[in-house]
Design a protein around this ligand. Structure first.
Ligand code: MN
Length: 147
């Protein structure tokens, strides 16, 4: 019997019992770190399933609808990385400075292997966004039109 069976039997407007929640329900944290490594890029990270799913965005996240930005998925990072800012020493992987460019919360609205749709509530980034996988590690980062 699945969590869906539990949910279907109950009307949570009427019962005080807890709802089944997956780790991706509701608002979770995101961060954008400006990373002056060998080449400047922006690391976009979403807190999902106990990790930070991560993409390197060379030109930075799109600020306006209609703009598409390449986002290259990189390895998941530990949750604590969400607060990291500082200097990665010369000779180390990703050597260079890291600063928090934006942070806030996101609400995941759609998730499949190749599409993530979410709303962001940050200081610089706010509104509806999507990441669409085009090829293995390559994704398109787009700002969706508000409905
Ligand atoms: Mn980076």
């Amino acid at each position: 019997m699945s969590s869906a069976d539990y949910q279907e039997k109950r009307d949570f407007v009427k019962t005080p019992e807890p709802q089944w929640r997956t780790s991706n329900d509701g608002w979770h944290r995101f961060v954008v770190q400006k990373h002056r490594a060998r080449s400047l890029h922006y690391d976009f990270r979403l807190e999902m399933g106990g990790v930070l799913r991560s993409w390197a965005v060379p030109k930075g996240p799109p600020l306006e609808p209609g703009i598409r930005r390449l986002a290259v998925q990189v390895e998941d990072h530990p949750i604590d990385y969400i607060d990291f800012a500082g200097e990665i020493p010369h000779g180390e992987y990703g050597a260079g400075s890291v600063e928090i460019w934006d942070r806030g919360e996101f609400n995941l609205e759609k998730e499949s292997a190749d599409i993530l749709e979410f709303s962001l509530r940050g200081k610089r980034l706010s509104g509806s966004y999507a990441l669409i996988r085009t090829d293995n590690k390559k994704w398109l980062f787009i700002r969706r039109k508000e409905v």
